[in-house]
Ligand binder design. Structure first.
Ligand code: G6P
Length: 617
């Protein structure tokens, strides 16, 4: 993961780098650092913990220079401390590097460098890079002109690297340039007024650049105060037309809420309002209508919360539209894709549009499809909140969640948006297939009520969940049960709780509880059970009774009715058709996880060890 920024121009660069890093902190926040270069001096400043610590350090000891690189880290190799923070330097302190990715062959490279006398200061995989660049610089023949030396040395160094990386390099020997490289990790160049930037993602370029150039894998760029030169993998100059940087609102404001996550949970009624219009409209999107024509089966690729949305999506596609659908962990699919079948639509679901495993799985699928059906464009669709992301550049069709900036690392409103995107797709495909018409009508009618219901429920439910959270002070394990279309919501409820409260939680299909998890139950293990009227309602209630018989505290999520009286506590949802219920049952899940974590005084928006966008394998 990690976020990198670099800038060069005529202004003092450190404040620009800090501003860029602030916008990339969602990519990692366990340590941060920057390095600047000016004639005769290379300064490096690093701090453990969040960016605020680096900012404070820089206030006490400002760094000079109009050229620099910055990094916000999510540790892969080496503990999150200042020593392992980036930039990493060569032994002489003349070359500084920031990197996002993983250098898979760093061990043999390091061993080789150590045998030749290099001494290392960190446990990172990145540190080999400044050593390799410094070594290449030392060995370059005098015939290489000064303005080419850093680029050529970096090119020689990266030839030795295996893995996926985006990196930016500065060098004391040439203080008016910086060199950047991209290989299977995101990196964009930003063009401003007499100043040039590079960053892992567009928010870091907003406000400073008016257009962007994206680098392809293996490409390099040399940035100076005069402009940007692009090179392909063989060192040949290439040209690429810059694209205007589409204005997005990247500034996040908590409004009256204590945390971003709580604000974003409450924004779900607005997300629903936008989507309901799109779900009920036909066609949803012109390009998409073509992509959905004659689809015989759908495969869904995703990670984390997005995978849970995909599970809801597959249920809808099968039960509403009658289209066989399968959901795959992107990280598994990329190494064991199922046999190819014709007329298959592949959907990548990722709120960030940057998850490395999802992008890699989609790339593999695209290549396989091209080989199987060379005469027709591969049917690939992306569902994301960031149409300007790597996903947007990879797949031919994008369904934009339009959920607005989500700052909390734990996804909430983007999850609701992803589910709604699947209602839109499934309803559209159902109309193509003319299937399940009574269910389709009921679903459409229920969706029309959703924004209003969500809005009322969010207000009523917040305090209920806050009160309930007090009872979780000593809780160590929680079981979440759901069935059918609400099974993924049980998974999501458990994931939310784990992510932000660090309480162990597991989601199970309610019918599976007696095959193992029931052994865990006693009075210390609460069971959260989703019970919405439908074909298996009675069975879900029986499963809940089984838990109650083992002294577990039963928390129900469902409509108020005589049957739901068995619960010790009921978090009530409006009575809706079961197929639409996940859009409501998810809310108490999110609010409960939020209040338990907030009550424990935890960092809800930036939980330990996580990041919003996972750009490593
Ligand atoms: C990380 C985040 C999760 C997210 C997952 C997939 O692990 O912490 O909240 O669900 O990545 O992210 P994506 O951007 O692909 O939806």
């Amino acid at each position: 993961m990690c976020g990198i920024v670099a800038a060069i121009g005529s202004r003092k660069v450190a404040p620009l780098l800090l501003q860029g890093l602030q916008r990339l902190e969602y990519r990692g926040y366990d340590s941060a650092g920057l390095a600047t270069v000016a004639p005769g001096q290379l300064h490096c400043c690093k701090a453990e913990g969040k960016l605020v610590n680096l900012r404070e350090k820089l206030e006490k000891t400002p760094v000079a220079g109009c050229c620099g690189i910055g990094h916000t880290r999510w540790a892969t190799h080496g503990k999150p401390d200042a020593r392992n923070a980036h930039p990493q330097l060569d032994e002489a302190g003349q070359v500084a590097v920031v990197q996002n990715g993983i250098i898979e062959n760093h061990r043999p490279l390091r061993q080789h460098l150590e045998q030749r006398g290099s001494r290392f200061n960190s446990d990172t995989d990145t540190e080999v890079i400044p050593h390799l660049v410094a070594q290449a610089l030392a060995n370059l023949p005098d015939t290489v002109p000064p303005t080419d030396r850093l680029r050529v040395a970096v090119a020689q160094a990266v030839q030795q690297l295996e893995g996926a990386y985006a990196l930016a390099v500065i060098w004391l020997g040439q203080p008016e340039e910086l060199v950047v490289v991209r290989y299977h990790a995101p990196l964009l160049i930003g063009l401003g007024e007499g100043e040039f930037f590079c960053a892992s993602d567009t928010p870091a370029l907003a406000d400073v650049a008016s257009s962007i150039v994206s680098l392809e894998d293996g490409e390099m760029a040399r940035l100076t105060p005069l402009g940007v030169e692009l090179f392909d993998g063989s060192g040949q100059r290439i040209q690429r037309t810059p694209q205007p940087l589409r204005g997005g609102n990247y500034t996040a404001d908590k409004r009256q809420f204590r945390h971003f996550m709580l604000k974003e949970i409450h924004e779900q009624a607005d997300v629903a309002a936008g989507w309901v219009e799109r779900c009920l409209a036909a066609p949803i999107d012109e390009g998409l209508t073509t992509a959905l024509q004659n689809v015989q089966r759908v495969q869904l690729l995703a990670c984390g919360t997005s995978r849970h949305a995909a599970l809801v999506g597959a249920h809808l596609l099968e039960q509403l539209a009658g289209v066989p659908s399968s959901v795959h962990y992107a990280s598994e699919f990329r190494y064991a894709p199922p046999p190819l079948l014709p007329q298959t639509l592949t959907i990548g679901v990722t709120q960030s549009g940057e998850t490395a495993d999802t992008l890699a799985a989609l790339t593999i699928e695209m290549e396989r499809r091209r080989a199987l059906e060379p005469n027709s464009p591969p049917r690939l669709l992306g569902i994301t909140n960031r149409p300007d992301s790597s996903l947007g550049r990879l797949v031919p069709h994008i369904l934009d969640l339009k959920a607005g900036v989500e700052t909390g690392v734990a996804a909430t409103k983007t999850f609701l948006g992803q589910m709604l995107a699947f209602y839109a797709i499934a309803l559209h495909m159902a109309s193509q297939h003319q299937s399940a018409s009574a269910q389709v009508t009921a679903c459409r009618q229920a969706l029309a009520q959703l924004p209003e219901q969500l809005s009322r429920m969010l207000h009523a439910m917040d305090q209920c969940c806050a009160d309930l959270a007090h009872g979780f002070a000593e809780t160590k394990d929680v079981i979440y049960l759901g069935r059918g279309i609400n099974y993924p919501i049980a998974l999501e409820g458990a994931l939310k709780l784990k992510e932000i409260s660090y309480i162990h939680a597991e989601g199970y299909p309610a019918g599976e509880m007696k095959h193992g998890p029931i052994a865990l139950l006693d009075q210390h293990v609460p069971v959260v059970s989703i019970a919405t009227p439908g074909p298996v309602f009675e069975k879900v209630l029986s499963n809940a009774q089984e838990a109650k018989a083992r002294d577990a505290r039963l928390i129900g999520i469902g409509p108020v009715c005589a049957d739901t009286e068995i619960f010790d506590v009921l978090l009530p949802i409006p009575s809706v058709p079961e197929l639409v219920s996940p859009l409501l049952t998810v809310v108490p899940m999110q609010l409960l996880a939020y209040h338990v974590a907030a009550h424990r005084g935890l960092d809800v928006d930036q939980p330990r060890n996580l990041a919003k966008s996972v750009t490593v394998e």
